[in-house]
Write a protein that binds this ligand. Structure first.
Ligand code: THU
Length: 161
């Protein structure tokens, strides 16, 4: 028997002003694009904006459906768009923000489990880290160095070989 431990490092900034300029710009974009969400059921508008290695920017927002399970998270909309328009360009950073129309939007949210799995897939595909910048409309901001840090012991395509 052996006891193992998992440990992740991430940076917490008091607000957006602690970020380097390019990341602060990306988070502002994510905040603004929350207005494009289609979230008539949850009233929880999420924006995800990707900066690619070639400098291009791709945005996504959550897209809900009266048949609830069909709804898509902002992160996976952004990832699928980036992979479709720029199929062989690495993802450098994804900034994620939200506007909770029914409550507080002043702290970071973190991608759901399904989106973590999707992020891990693209990270494996590009063999390089995808950075995450997480923040609400105001308040603290988290900087996470690589998506896979949010999904330790993940299932990957390597198992299918
Ligand atoms: N949602 C996202 O788009 N991203 C997340 O990281 C968490 C949740 C969406 C799904 C749904 O449309 C709404 O937020 C409430 O769960």
């Amino acid at each position: 028997m052996e006891k193992q431990q998992l440990h992740i490092d991430y940076i917490v900034y008091n607000d957006i002003n602690g970020l380097e300029d390019a990341d602060a710009w990306l988070l502002k974009e994510a905040r603004e694009v929350t207005a494009h969400a289609y979230a008539p059921y949850s009233h929880f508008q999420v924006g995800a904006v990707i900066r690619l290695a070639n400098g291009e920017i791709v945005a996504g927002t959550n897209q809900e459906n009266a048949s609830f399970p069909i709804g898509l998270c902002a992160e996976r909309v952004a990832l699928a768009s980036a992979a479709s328009v720029y199929p062989n360009v690495d993802i450098d950073t994804i900034a994620i923000s939200y506007h909770n129309l029914k409550g507080d939007s002043g702290h970071p949210i973190s991608p759901c489990g399904m989106c973590r799995q999707a992020l891990a897939e693209y990270e494996m595909k590009q063999e390089g880290a995808i950075r995450l910048v997480l923040g609400g409309l105001t308040g603290k901001v988290y900087l996470i160095n690589r998506a896979n840090d949010l999904l330790p012991l993940s299932f990957s395509g390597e198992e299918l070989g």
